[in-house]
Design a protein around this ligand. Sequence first.
Ligand SMILES: C[S@@+](CC[C@H](N)C(=O)[O-])C[C@H]1O[C@@H](n2cnc3c(N)ncnc32)[C@H](O)[C@@H]1O
Length: 291
Amino acid sequence: MKAKPFVKWVGGKTQLIDQLEALLPADFDQWENVTYIEPFVGGGAMLFYMLQTHPNITRAVINDINEDLTTCYRVVRDHPTELVASLQQIQAEYYAIHTEKDKRAYYMQRRAEFNLKNLDPVRNTTLFFFLNRTCFNGLYRVNKSGAFNVPFGRYETPTICDPTTIYADSELLQRVEIMTGDYQETLAMAHGRTLFYFDPPYRPLNATSSFNDYTKETFNDLAQTRLRDFCNRITEAGHHFMLSNSDCKDGFFDDLYLQYIIERVLASRSVNANPAKRGKLTELLVRNYAS
Ligand SMILES: C[S@@+](CC[C@H](N)C(=O)[O-])C[C@H]1O[C@@H](n2cnc3c(N)ncnc32)[C@H](O)[C@@H]1O
C-alpha cells in the first residue's frame, strides 16, 4: 500500500489496523456507496487503509480540530507538486547545516515562523512537515495560547520530503471532504450507509502517564461523556460506529458504553517519552453493531 500517513502522529493506528479490520461490520463489503467518516482524523492511518482496501467507500469525510493539520490534508490533496518542491528545498537547507548547534538554531527560527500564524497554506504545511520530522519524538504540543512548543529533536538527516507518499496520498484524497472543527459537525455529512470511526484523544491511564494535549483544551471526562452522547445520536440515526480509547482499569468506559459492544485489543504504542513504557497495552474498541 503506497498511501499512508504523511505525518507522525501520537496515537497513530498503524499497529491496530488488522484488529480494526476484523471488527468491521461482517457484511461491510456488500454495502453499496458507503460514506466513511473520521471525525478525529489525526495521522489518518485508518483512513488511508480503508480507502485502499474497500472500494465501495465512494465518499469519505475527515475532520480534525487542528487547523494546521487539516490545512496539510488540503495542500497534499490539491497542491502536491508545489508541496514536494517546497519540502525538497527545506530538506536541502537542513541537510546543509553541519553542527547540532546550528541545526537547533535553524529549527527554532522555523518554529517561530510557524507560530506567526500568517503563512500561506503551502508554506504552513512545509513547516508543519519540517517540525514534525525534526522536533522531539514527532510530538505535536501547543501551549495555552496555541503556540507549538515542542523542543528540537536532534535528528541529523530525517526524511522531510517523501514524494511517493505525498503523490499517492494526494490521489486517494481526491474523494475526501476535509472539515476543520469540532467532531459534532460531521453528523450532518452522514448519508446512506455510513460508518464512523472515532479515534479521540485517549483518556489518560493515570494522572501522569498519558499524553493527550493535542489542543489548548484538554479532552477531559466531560468531553468523553459528550462523545458518548454523540454516539447515541449516531445510533438513533441508524448509522454504524467504531470507537477506540484507552483501557482504563477503573471501569469508566465499561460504564459509559454499557449499551454497546466493547472489545479489548492489543496495541503497541510507539510514542512514549519513557522507553520503559513502550510495550504492549490493551486498548478498547467500542461498536454499535455485532460483527
Ligand atoms: C488520537 S488523535 C487521532 C489519531 C489518528 N486517528 C491516527 O491514527 O493517527 C486525536 C485527534 O483528535 C483531535 N481533536 C481533539 N479534540 C477534537 C474535537 N473536539 N473535535 C475534533 N477533533 C479533535 C486532535 O487534534 C487529534 O488529532
